[in-house]
Design a protein around this ligand. Structure first.
Ligand code: 4AD
Ligand code: MG
Length: 432
């Protein structure tokens, strides 16, 4: 019977056939221990020379790493093995022998990350990288499940756009039939239109920023999910954000235990992630940053070290709200208490991961939005449709964007987000 490695626990005592690739091996006298991976997991297959014969034993002993194989054998419970089972080999066949020079040989010295990145197409086969991709897929399923089960409609926003959403400094420009166009930085503006049509919506797709800086938190192409809700104000938005983030974390804890173990993630910290998250006014965040010994002038946006200072001492994400309007996007509703501040929120993940969500209440007043578009020197003509939303039945509304890769990096405990997307795009990096 054909089986996937992740299901072998259900087949203890039976003979099964698995299909995969040789991951590693060890031979001790007349016994060979061959690690086979099939994408769903890794299992140790044990071959005894006297039982399987010389020809099969030679495969176990000599087939190069990454040769594709079909193995059949009996599943045995084994507490010490990963997955709790091993396979007693009865037959092993090579489908395609790998060239002997596989660049990412399993060895004690871990190759440097530049080399691994250059071989990203092969690096994906490594255990930790595969675990990261599985956690990413789980986060994406969690995103869809969360919104779909709460009455949100998924509405896809365009990738080719005529105007900026998040400032003009990091736009990727393209030539669109002799007109200037840009790769989208965010689907938000379109999600706002959709929210006025459908009430509660979310868009989800790739977004682009020509980030000129090399940091562990920036990609030039990343995936963002953006809910947008009519009649929702900042307080409700923060509640939605804390429920959403907690849902994603708890889902991974439930369904991706094995992967988190492979990644050696300390999950005790993640277990504490549940509503309510701590809410902190920007002014109090400034105070905390200074108390932690950093110099920080009032009025600036938070950089990575500042975010780390803000979250210090908290197990759960911290929601910093009401940043100065001057450092945030043109569309944010001013705080009625003090118009210097915007009704916005950033969700900062603990353990040094920092911002995973940025969101706000949106300006719904026509005249104010018109003024902001002018102040930000945005081309009015590209925003006529967006202004229309304030002409015909404007209502308070709010939304946020969550970056998938930053969220995966935090949940998986990975230092750099380049490992949290299959093929990362970064400054000067577009291969493979
Ligand atoms: O804070 P940002 O720029 O917000 C927006 O784009 C809003 N229009 C979203 C909305 O309200 N609908 O980006 C949102 C999130 C960030 O918190 C971060 O997680 C992620 O997107 N992000 C990036 N992730 C990887 N690389 C980059 N260069 C990123 N820029 C933003
Ligand atoms: Mg932001």
């Amino acid at each position: 019977m054909r089986a996937y490695i992740e299901d072998l626990k259900k087949h203890v005592g039976s003979e099964v056939e698995i299909r995969g690739w040789i991951y590693n091996r060890r031979v001790k006298g007349k016994i060979a221990f061959v690690l086979v991976r099939d994408g769903s997991g890794v299992v140790q297959c044990v071959g005894v020379r006297g039982e399987i014969g010389d020809e099969r034993f030679a495969i176990c002993d000599k087939a190069p790493q990454e040769s594709s194989v079909v193995v059949s054998g009996v599943v045995r419970a084994d507490e010490r093995s990963p997955g709790g089972v091993e396979l007693g080999i009865r037959d092993i066949r090579v489908l395609a022998e790998a060239a002997p020079n596989y660049p990412i040989q399993i060895q004690d010295v871990v190759p440097e990350v530049g080399f691994l990145m250059q071989n990203r197409h092969l690096w994906l086969r490594s255990r930790k990288q595969a675990a990261l991709l599985r956690i990413r897929a789980e986060v994406i399923r969690g995103i869809q499940e969360f919104f779909d089960s709460r009455g949100f409609m998924r509405v896809d926003s365009p990738i080719i756009t005529p105007a900026a959403c998040e400032g003009t400094t990091n736009l990727f420009e393209i030539n669109y039939f002799d007109e200037k166009a840009y790769l989208t930085q965010s689907g938000q503006l379109y999600a706002e239109a959709a929210a006025m049509a459908l009430g509660r919506v979310y868009c989800f797709g790739p977004t682009f920023r020509a980030e000129k800086s090399k940091t562990r938190k920036h990609l030039t192409e990343f995936w963002m999910v953006e809910p947008e809700v009519a009649f929702l104000e900042l307080d409700g938005l923060m509640e939605l954000a804390e429920q959403f983030v907690s849902h994603l974390v708890q889902r991974c804890l439930e369904r991706r235990k094995e992967e988190l173990k492979v990644l050696e993630r300390d999950t005790t910290k993640l277990e504490k992630v549940a509503p309510p998250f701590h809410r902190m006014h920007y002014n109090d965040a400034v105070e905390k940053i200074r108390k932690e010994g950093l110099e920080f002038p009032w009025g600036e946006d938070l950089g990575a070290p500042h975010e780390e200072a803000v979250t210090k001492g908290f197990d759960k994400p911290v929601m910093v709200h009401r940043y100065p309007a001057a450092v945030k996007a043109f569309y944010m509703q001013p705080d009625p208490q003090d118009a210097k501040h915007a009704l916005c929120v950033d969700v900062l993940a603990p353990e040094g991961y920092g911002e995973i969500i940025g969101g706000s209440q949106r300006i719904h007043d026509f005249a104010l939005l018109e003024r902001r578009i002018e102040e930000h020197k945005l081309p009015r003509s590209a925003f006529e449709w967006y202004l229309d939303l304030r002409k015909y039945g404007a209502v308070p509304h709010s939304g946020f964007g969550l970056g998938v890769e930053r969220t995966v990096a935090w949940i998986a405990g990975t230092e750099h987000i380049r490992e949290c997307i299959p093929f990362p795009r970064m400054l000067y990096k577009i291969y493979p």
